[in-house]
Structures are given as structure tokens and as C-alpha cells.
Ligand binder design. Sequence first.
Ligand code: SF4
Length: 378
Amino acid sequence: MPLGLYVHVPFCSAICNYCNFNRGLFDGELKARYVSALRREIASKADGSPADTIFFGGGTPSLLEPAEIAGIVEVCRQSFAIDPLAEITLEANPETVSLERLSGFRDAGINRLSFGVQSFRDEELRRLSRLHSADRAREAFAMARAAGFDNVSLDLMMWLPQQTLAEWLSSVEALIDLGPEHASLYLLEIYANAPLRDTMARAHWSVAPDDDAAEMYLEAMERLEAAGYAQYEISNVARPDRQSRHNLKYWTDQEWHGFGCGAHSTRHGVREKNISSTPDYIAAVTAGAPLASERRVLSDQERLEEALFTGLRLAQGLRVDAVESRYGVDVWDRYGEELLPFVEQRLLIYDDGAIRLTREGMLLANDIMTVFIGPPVR
Ligand code: SF4
């Protein structure tokens, strides 16, 4: 199968109060050095392998100049056999784009945009310390269309501080009104040291009860479905043929090459992670030193577990015959006894050679997937 290429861009204009990604504040001089390091890394790993997706993730990749993106896409083309119809995605924050910049990204080869909108309510955006407003997100979307993008994804986050079910659904409806080709819905996770935690404590903000969070998810999925979107993964919906081809590689047991600080790669059963710190990464590339800070040969059991975890995230579920032909394991034979209670609770369906979560099961996916950790209990 062709590879996916992931390019990490670790710069942001400001750091959001809930963010746990590998990112830092934008610095023009550091960015210029980083872009040349990225190009060197990609060229140094050139092997002409076929690849059919490139994904610029971050951070905020739309802070790069269109010419910088063009240069990176070009070095990908020189280093790998990039499919002429490759999906090339740029993650973008609404406040960073203009019609001119978006047209430049399109000329650079970008054919899919993924906007971090998070909410269409200004009050919620302020609570998350985001830099854009709901109107700015709408303008960015209109500019993307004007620049010729016909494959646009919008991210929303649910279960925000003080957010009610009705408020969440108003954001979902605002997204449906815009009509992107793809949408991702994430649950806000507030990690232990997130500044948002302190802000919430000081302001006496809370999140809705668990039952409401479940309702938020189920009702949003129903409304999106009624509007013509099909759910294809726990957090993702798309119009027909507009699924994220790049992200599907992660969920369908395929291989990818990650470039940049902190980027992961999985090839030939080996998982590697690049040095996380941006300056250390640049220094290592400049010195021609090894870039991987972690390297692990995945065991057969780990590869199987990962295929099961990710496959079960998909709405179509796990194909039992596909797992058997790849790993020599009949999933139902091995795990059926532990999975049966979930089937009885209608959280899981086993029919037609596939094991898949019901939508209620998707809410409890992490609990159900523990069945796959380690050898079966029997
Ligand atoms: S823009 Fe995204 S990556 Fe940057 S700080 Fe905010 S959440 Fe994190």
C-alpha cells in the first residue's frame, strides 16, 4: 500500500490553555531554520516509495508561507513517488488565513484544508483562549471556497466548560449550515497541568454531567447524518468519498513516514519517534545525527493489538477475515468470550464477518478495547 507522509509544524501564534500537543510560540528565525531542516530530513530519507497522502499537522502549519509549503511538497515529490492524485492536507487556524495565502497554499499543491474551528460561539472560543471568533471561522471557510478548495474539514470540540447541550448543538448546526465535506468532533480532554484547569477552578466553571456528554455526541451524530454526512470513525464524519485518506492509514493498519520534531513513523513493523524539541531536532539534522529518540520493533502481539484498536474505531468495524489473513488470528475465536457481554448489551455487533461498535458502544470504546490488551484471559 502507498505510504502516508506526515509533516509536523510545531509553531503557534499563541498557546491555547488546554493544548497538550508538541508546539511552541512562533519565531520567524526559528521557523526558517526548521523549514530547511525539514527539507533536509525528507531528502535524507528519500527512497522513492509510493505515497498517496501528505498531511501538514501541528501546531499551526498555516503559519508557514505558501512558498515554504511549496518547497516542502516539492522535496516530497523528489524523494517519494507521490501519486498525482495524492491527498495533500494543511491544518489551518482561521485567524492565520487570507484569500491570498489560501490561493498560495493551493498553488503549492494543497488540495484539502482542515480548519481548527472548535466552536461557533465566541464565549466558548474565549474560554479556550482561541484567537479567532465564530465570524472569522466563517470568513476563513468562505475564503477557502473562493480560493478553490472543494475538500474542507472543520474540527469542533464538545464538552467545553459551561457548555450546555443546546449550545453545543448550535455549533453543530452552524457547521452543517456551512457544509464542509468533512468534520471531526472531539471531546475536550483537560490534561493534569493544563492552565484551563486553574482557570476553571477560579471561575467556577464546570463541564456538563457525563450523561449530557453522551447526549451531545449521539445527538450531533444524528444531526450530521440527517444532513448527509456518514460517520466513518468514532470522531469523524464525511460526505461520500471525502473521508480523510491520510487518517484512514492510521486506522487501517497501513504505514506512514513522519517528518519533523516529535513525528512518529511506522514502517516495516518498526515504530520510530523523532526528537521532540524543535531546536534539538534542527541541531541533529544539521549535524547529520540520528533523529529518532525512540525506536521499537513492534512485537506480533503489539501489531495485532494496534490493528484491533484502530480497526474497531471505524464504523465499518474489523473484518475478521482481513485480520486472520494478516495476523493468523481469528478475532472472534480468540476474544469472542470476552466480547460477548458487549454484544448482549448492544454495544457491539458481530455479523457478516465484521465486529463493529454500535454508536452507544463508541461512547465506551476504550472500555471495550481493553479486551484486546495482552493475551486473552482464557
Ligand atoms: S492552535 Fe492547536 S496546536 Fe496550537 S496551541 Fe492551540 S490547540 Fe495547541
